[in-house]
Design a protein around this ligand. Structure first.
Ligand SMILES: NC(=O)c1ccc[n+]([C@@H]2O[C@H](COP(=O)([O-])OP(=O)(O)OC[C@H]3O[C@@H](n4cnc5c(N)ncnc54)[C@H](OP(=O)(O)O)[C@@H]3O)[C@@H](O)[C@H]2O)c1
Length: 253
């Protein structure tokens, strides 16, 4: 194995939800591997802080405000990134929302919101970035799904359904774009401490949940980084449509 297989020098990445949590860690990992990175989310102030940190590593960074579930908004984000960098080599569809709710208590609006951000969002991002990757005849798409794409947890119906569907979107798109030399893969994190779940894991219930995990602890955000760089790099050039679990063995149970 040669190190240059993981070298992302000269590549341009777009990471949605790059302002916090796993997205921020992935943006930093891609930059550390040599990529220039655009990050997108709905909160410009958060993005600006992360972009400044990315620039401190010596890479170029762009912070673009947008909503992945809105066609016009994400279209404008992609055009801004293309206008600034000229291309997008790596798309990380990471922006996502959690929702814990019994089906009988769920309004259609709540269901739609989870599905719109977690499933429609990645589709819209692919729709807007795809033509550029097809034209350049190369690209890497990494969809951040979840261990709940294949496991279930009570009261997580909308979230689990959105992530299971995202895995199938990944597989379908991988086949659709294989002739364009674009690899599309899904990364399924287990449980990592971020804003999305901090409240739950601080609770007594959350603490016993952690104790019951096969590995006995949550993932640290740095532990998602290597797999993201792998799927973004030439090291994974013969891998498409696959689902990589980074879950401390959670899917074994
Ligand atoms: N943490 C875990 O244990 C875990 C486990 C499995 C899978 N995941 C997945 O990993 C991804 C990141 O999760 P996280 O834990 O890092 O979450 P997080 O800390 O809550 O961060 C979510 C990110 O997505 C952005 N975002 C939310 N809605 C958006 C929208 N409509 N348009 C654009 N950006 C939006 C947020 O910024 P704004 O709110 O400012 O827009 C933020 O940057 C998600 O897809 C999640 O489902 C996480």
């Amino acid at each position: 194995m040669q190190n240059h297989w993981f070298d992302l020098t000269g590549r341009i990445a777009l990471v949605t939800g790059g302002s916090r949590g796993l997205g921020r860690a992935i943006a930093h990992a891609l930059a550390s591997a040599g990529a220039d990175v655009a990050i997108a989310s709905r909160t410009q102030a958060d993005l600006d802080v992360v972009a400044a940190g990315l620039r401190d590593t010596g890479r170029h960074a762009l912070a673009v405000c947008g909503d992945v579930s809105d066609d016009a908004s994400i279209g404008a984000v992609v055009e801004r990134v293309i206008g600034h960098f000229g291309r997008i080599d790596i798309l990380v569809n990471n922006a996502g929302v959690g929702d814990t709710r019994a089906v009988v208590d769920m309004s259609p609006t709540q269901w739609d919101h989870t599905l719109n951000v977690n499933l429609r969002g990645p589709m819209l991002c692919c729709k807007h970035v795809g033509p550029h990757m097809i034209r350049q005849r190369s690209g890497k798409v990494i969809n951040i799904a979840s261990v709940l794409a294949s496991r279930v947890a009570r009261y997580m119906s909308a979230y689990a359904a959105s992530k299971a569907a995202l895995v199938q979107l990944t597989r379908t798109l991988a086949l659709e774009w294989i002739r364009h030399n674009i690899q599309v893969n899904a990364l399924c994190p287990g449980y990592f401490l971020t804003d999305m779940n901090a409240e739950f894991f601080a609770s007594e219930k959350g603490q016993s949940f952690i104790a019951a995990l096969p590995i006995g602890r949550l993932g640290e955000t740095r532990e998602i980084e290597g797999s993201a760089v792998f799927l973004a790099s030439d090291a994974s050039s013969y891998i498409t449509g696959t689902t990589l679990y980074v879950d401390g063995g959670h899917s074994l149970t």
